[in-house]
Design a binder for this molecule. Sequence first.
Ligand code: SME
Length: 148
Amino acid sequence: MEYTGAIKKIYTILSKKDVSDPLQQVVDFLQKSFAQYSWVGLYLVQGDMLILGPWKGKEATEHTRIPLGKGICGSAAKSGRTEIVDDVSKDDRYLSCFLSTRSEIVVPIKKGRIVVGEIDIDADAPAAFTKKDALFLEKVADMLSKHI
Ligand code: SME
């Protein structure tokens, strides 16, 4: 799917008054709409931990609680900057969740300058994420921040 259409669709999901779990719906939509997004999850900041919220993918992850600063997820949450890792096997910070994962993107969700959560996406292909994915997911993160 192309990014502009996806932003419109996510806007529609989040505008509906009667949606019971809008964050889960956005996660499901992202995972099914972009072939390279194998696993999509949201982590929410609670104190100095990231707690796994809605997710969609083949398998559950054992990393349901990640301390800020640990892993690629914890690094992005601590710095407030998007992380793109083209080859997870070459990144010492990487916390392995799925044997099939080759690349990963983590995009912080902020209220002002405060990180309140993040979008974490794993791909089975190496270097699956581009600057375009980062810009797209940063827009999605902005939209989600009002719902956290
Ligand atoms: N790989 C992440 C942990 C989360 S799983 O990908 C779902 C990391 O290094 O922080």
